[in-house]
Design a protein around this ligand. Structure first.
Ligand SMILES: [Zn+2]
Length: 488
């Protein structure tokens, strides 16, 4: 097992303004979308042996067992007691049956010293056991965020002002079957998708057909042998019940269910072509994700009709942002492919936390990057871009000392070229003139920059340390994510 660390957090050169990376294939090409949806359909439903290139044996080095992951979660809590709480949100089917001792564990990340009502995100991985990369994607994000607190400006902002909840492995019983498969043990199967609540893994429930919304409808089977078996009743599986109850009780502002594979960014509905009341925003969110990962943005129904799924149910219940992402191009991503999955998707985890105060609006607002504050003069400069947020002209920018201040209440920044008229603009202002700023404020003080476009859409805040050239080096979780994946 490889321990994944956040060794690359202290990036010295901030990344340029969000520009669409050059993807090897065009995620909007209808042929590409057709191929990916066909892949996904096959990946979602197959129980047949897959071609050898899709089955990685032995396990890739990032892979770890449920027990190893559980240990890592509690080690994280012990290392960062002020930032981490491991919460047991329910027992697995086998624990209830008395045949194993596995809990469904949620990692709650937030700076406990900063109280108040914090916007939240909920990310779930491993609902399908054989999709082994996503638990480690979420663990990598957790490690980076925690390692960045106090040094990385955006990581600090996110932990101070957000509650980031990760359930890296929702299906530990199914994962145990995969573990045995990699070890070549009796009863093992590296292709296990479902949970094991019927005692025999082959008769388990497809947790992602067992949720309440439209349970029992198309795209889910009534046959226990099927890979898409919906279960005997809605939320019959304890794993389903646990996360559904948790999501309804906590109403996360952004929910993502992470799957593999086929490179798709999906939004509700999955059972109907009907548009949700948030259709335009969901489309914008999926396309925004595409700017990070190059996956194709689709309404989930474009795959095939599904019912009883996580994201539809949580959207139907809460009315808040709720999506599903299919990472990579295999169930058992190689270490090389996993590194790419990190590079493509870590920025989405931080972005969704950034915009969690109002996802359906922030997604249309500009991104801020390359914030610098001169340690001597305290002149602030930043770059704004609306390129991947509707491509409208920037109309204004501001800097605030309080990350909870309402948009429009901060100190205005000016366009470096004198006029706001383009979708990307450099901005500048005297941070020393910030109302309420202690003139002696030094290391540890954050300032936050955001911009708005001509349509009046305010984007999310980006943070930077007020002083200290050493600290000014690291300002973006996304930068670090890119760096961690070995890309400069
Ligand atoms: Zn899946």
């Amino acid at each position: 097992m490889t321990t994944i660390t956040a060794s690359n957090f202290a990036r010295t050169t901030p990344a340029p303004a969000a520009a669409t990376p050059a993807f090897t294939v065009d995620p909007y090409d209808p042929d590409v979308i057709a191929r990916r949806t066909a892949d996904a359909k096959r990946a979602e439903t197959t129980a047949d042996p897959l071609p050898n290139d899709l089955i990685g044996k032995p396990a890739p080095s990032y892979f770890r067992s449920y027990d190893q992951l559980k240990t890592a979660l509690y080690e994280m809590e012990a290392k960062y007691p002020g930032l981490v709480e491991v919460r047991d949100i329910g027992d697995t089917a086998e624990k209830i049956a008395g045949t194993a001792d596995r809990d469904i564990l949620a990692l709650v990340l937030t700076n406990k010293a900063m109280t108040g009502d914090k916007p939240s995100t909920l990310n779930v991985g491993g609902i399908h056991a054989r999709e082994i990369a996503n638990p480690e994607l979420l663990m990598t994000f957790a490690n980076q965020l925690l390692a960045g607190h106090g040094t990385n400006a955006d990581a600090t902002m996110l932990l101070d002002t957000r509650e980031v909840v990760l359930v890296p492995m929702l299906n530990p019983d199914g994962h145990a079957v995969v573990e045995k498969g990699f070890l070549g043990e009796r009863g093992g199967n590296t292709m296990q998708r479902k949970n094991t609540d019927a005692g025999e893994p082959a008769l388990g429930t497809d947790l992602n057909r067992n949720f309440e919304y439209k349970w029992g409808g198309p795209g889910a089977s009534a046959s226990p042998r099927s890979e898409t078996y919906r279960g005997p009743s809605a939320a019959s599986a304890p794993e389903t019940k646990a996360i559904q109850q948790f999501a309804i009780a906590n109403k996360p502002d952004f929910f993502i269910d992470w799957h593999s594979y086929s490179k798709l960014n999906m939004y509700p509905w999955g059972d109907s072509r009907e548009k949700t009341p948030h259709h335009a925003a969901f489309q914008a969110l999926a396309q925004k994700f595409t700017s990070f990962n190059g996956y194709s943005p689709i309404q989930a129904i474009d795959l095939y009709a599904t019912t009883g799924t996580t994201d539809d149910t949580i959207y139907a219940k809460n009315g808040k942002a709720s999506m599903a992402i299919e990472t990579g191009s295999s169930f058992h991503q190689s270490d090389q492919e996993f590194a790419k999955t990190l590079q493509e998707n870590l920025p989405i985890l931080s972005y969704t936390a950034k915009i969690a105060d109002s996802p359906f609006e922030r997604v249309f607002g500009p991104d801020v990057s390359s914030v610098t504050v001169d340690p001597t003069t305290r002149q602030l400069t930043a770059t704004l871009s609306d390129l991947n947020n509707g491509k409208q002209a920037i109309a204004g920018a501001e800097v605030v000392l309080d990350p909870n201040a309402a948009p429009g209440t901060g100190m205005a920044l000016t366009a470096a070229d004198g006029t706001f008229d383009k979708f990307d603009e450099a901005v500048t202002g005297a941070a020393s003139a910030l109302p309420g700023l202690d003139p002696n404020a030094g290391d540890g003080t954050l300032v936050y920059v955001r911009g708005r476009d001509v349509a009046g859409n305010w984007g999310p805040l980006t943070a930077q340390w007020l002083t200290g050239p050493a600290k000014a080096a690291a300002n973006s979780v996304s930068d670090a994510a890119t760096s961690a994946a070995g890309v400069s």
